[in-house]
Design a protein around this ligand. Structure first.
Ligand code: FES
Length: 352
């Protein structure tokens, strides 16, 4: 799948908290970049002579904001998040890959619905886009946001959320939860647990049979919320989760090696060419290819966008993440090479 890339000029950099910025871009002169509320772009930055990619959700809304903006929280020791927080200035150009992602809401003015959003930390980013879009475009819909943070000072978009709450006071209800509050905090203390999430959902007159639930934050938080939703037998189709907001492994310089993996030779067939190369236990098939400058299609490198999808026609692979594929695609042998590791010798992957 050939993806479009753009060089976008930075319009504005806004410091949201001491460790988080929003970078606003001008659209290219030739076109308005289209995206859906909740989607992400992949930023490509040159670091130490290599092009490094990371995906960030838009915090802007395609329905209310003229610029396109991403919000980036600094990860301790992280390559790209620190580059974007420290180095990017107004007027710079950054290379990006077109918007992608299946975590989105398409507003419909005819709808009257209740969306329940759970976010922790920088997981608020796609939610801001969704909140602004739905409140503006669906006059009969309402939103409950349950938002967890470490301290009051780390609440991203605190003022903007308050403004929206004031403007749409009949339709937006926000519950903040702080795990390490100051002495002045009078709100909920703790983290988004199963019990707290159920209490806030009930307070907000949630209809578990038909409301939709959007989750973005650390894996543990999302699992706890889902356990709560399972008690009320919420259908899987009503639950939407975005997975890549937990820092990626290489972003925090941690390498975990799975003992079931060994160095294996893999063959990739792409665009009429055959590439045969070694994949080490700590590498995905895509990473090994990119290290050898083999030009394969990819974008998010987090198993979400499917740009790197291929079909495993021989051998077996193991994927760290399967969320981006449907059950049918998995059954047909499709894999995401950015999160796939060869389990056996002789793996062959065909890519379109
Ligand atoms: S690059 Fe996005 S799923 Fe692999």
């Amino acid at each position: 799948m050939a993806l479009k890339t753009y060089f976008l000029q930075v319009k504005e950099v806004v410091v949201e908290t001491p460790d988080c910025v929003t970078i606003y871009f001008w659209h290219p002169l030739s076109e308005q970049i289209k995206y859906k509320a909740g989607q992400f772009i992949t930023v490509i930055v040159p670091i130490d002579g290599k092009k490094v990619r990371r995906s960030y959700s838009m915090s802007t809304s395609p329905h209310t904001d003229t610029a396109l903006g991403i919000t980036v929280k600094r990860v301790l020791g992280g390559l790209v998040s620190n580059y974007l927080n420290d180095r990017v200035q107004v007027g710079d150009f950054l290379e990006i890959v077109e918007p992608l992602g299946n975590f989105f809401v398409e507003p419909d003015a005819e709808k009257s619905r209740h969306l329940v959003l759970f976010a922790a930390g920088s997981g608020i980013t796609p939610m801001m886009s969704i909140i602004k879009s739905v409140l503006k475009m669906e006059p009969e819909s309402r939103i409950t946001l349950i938002y967890g943070n470490r301290s009051e000072g780390s609440i991203i978009f605190k003022d903007k959320i308050e403004e929206l709450e004031y403007k749409y006071r009949e339709r937006l209800k926000v519950h903040h939860i702080i795990s390490r509050p100051s002495d002045y905090w009078v709100g909920q203390v703790g983290r988004i647990s199963q019990g707290i999430s159920i209490r806030f959902m009930k307070d907000s007159y949630t209809d578990f049979a038909k409301d939709h639930f959007y989750l973005c934050g650390p894996e543990g938080m999302m699992e706890d919320v889902i356990k709560g939703l399972n008690i009320y037998e919420v259908d899987k189709s009503q639950i939407h989760r975005e997975n890549f907001h937990a820092p990626m492994l290489d972003e925090i310089h941690v390498e975990e090696t799975d003992n079931s993996l060994k160095t294996q030779m893999v063959k990739v067939i792409y665009d009429g060419d055959e590439f045969e190369f070694e994949v080490k236990p700590h590498q995905s098939i895509l990473e090994a290819a990119l290290d050898l400058d083999i030009d394969l299609p990819y974008s998010c490198q987090a198993g979400m966008c499917t740009a790197c999808m291929g079909k495993c026609t021989e051998g077996k692979v193991k994927m760290d993440e399967e969320e981006g594929l449907t059950d049918k695609e998995i059954a047909q042998g499709y894999i995401l090479t950015c999160v796939a590791h060869p389990l056996t010798a002789g793996v062959v992957v065909e890519m379109d």
